[in-house]
Ligand binder design. Sequence first.
Ligand SMILES: N[C@@H](CCC[C@H](NC(=O)CCC(=O)O)C(=O)O)C(=O)O
Length: 384
Amino acid sequence: MLEGKEYFENNLNNIIDDLITIVRLDSPSKNKVLVDKCLNKLDELFEDYLGISPKIFESDTTGNHRLYEKNSSNGEGVSILLLGHVDTVWDEKQIPIKRTEKELSGPGVLDMKGGLIQALWVLKYLSESDGLKDTRISFFINSDEEIGSNTSKEIIQEISDEYDYVLVLEPPVVDSGDLKTGRKGTAAYNIRFVGKKSHSGNDHESGENAIVEAAKQVSDLSLLTDYDKGITINVGSISGGGKINIVPDEAEIGIDVRAERLEDLEYVDEAIQNIEAYNKAVEIIIEGEINRPPMNSTKNDELFLVAKDIADELELDLDSKFVGGGSDGNFTSDVGIPTLDGLGVFGEGIHQEHEKIFIYEVPERASLLAGLILSLTEKEKKVI
Ligand SMILES: N[C@@H](CCC[C@H](NC(=O)CCC(=O)O)C(=O)O)C(=O)O
């Protein structure tokens, strides 16, 4: 089918120019003003290319969320929801944008502004070539994926329930380029330790050292990591104390938990919620919970097989993988919607300074997505 490959090749410079425009508009998850600005620019592109304006879901604490709907009134045939996020892990001006002939690097270029722009151009192509016909296809873009999707996950679950398939625009697996049919579940915690200050020389014995308590708990919690079972505990942040001649009364740790099975996430959650202080004079305040359920469904594997057929036509060697990173696909798969992830741009360096995309891979990945959408559409009724 080689769906649109030539079109994407011919328009590659325009696609990359749009991507640079969006990447220039930094959108750190916790900066509502900047995120909303970036979304406004995306609105302009959707209006220009597809003639649609979004339904806006307001959020006070993060950027707003958007649903761009094409053929929303269509009740027949299959319906497809594209899923992406506009927020990035990068602070304003934290890393530079750099373009060479083959690569584009910059904040969120891979995770996942590249996926957004690539998918927008796929919709543009399908729309111009009359490929969408009456297919109900919508694009949901949220603003808080990198910090747990707390203000958007209920919206995502509710909306996705109305669609037959969800296609997620996170990048494919690094190196292999494989798609993602399964993901670990995630949980996140912040634990504060409150002890008692004292002079370290004159009055050491009356202090209650919060850092010592935190260190013992860090050591215990880390032992819950079990690679054979796919359980990881990452104490990813730690702070506390101040002057070395003061017994510290404050310490704080941040923990990220991942597991393949929900029962393992629950087991770790139970352990964390019930940690007991070694020093009973240090108070332990625990915040956090299980966030994303694991993504693991045979429906996703079946949906991958449809993509695999398109990949074969493109002579693209494609497989599917179960990965440790979470996405909003965890939520849609959990409510039973066939979900295929990793349909964004190919590159490397997610969440790292060298985050980049391979420009020359864009036409092929865009064709894969276009072909997949057409193939699902042509089936006319839900088959998975
Ligand atoms: N920690 C938060 C946010 C999880 C989202 C983030 N996802 C990615 O990096 C995508 C990577 C991929 O496509 O495989 C992550 O995994 O940290 C939470 O737990 O919800």
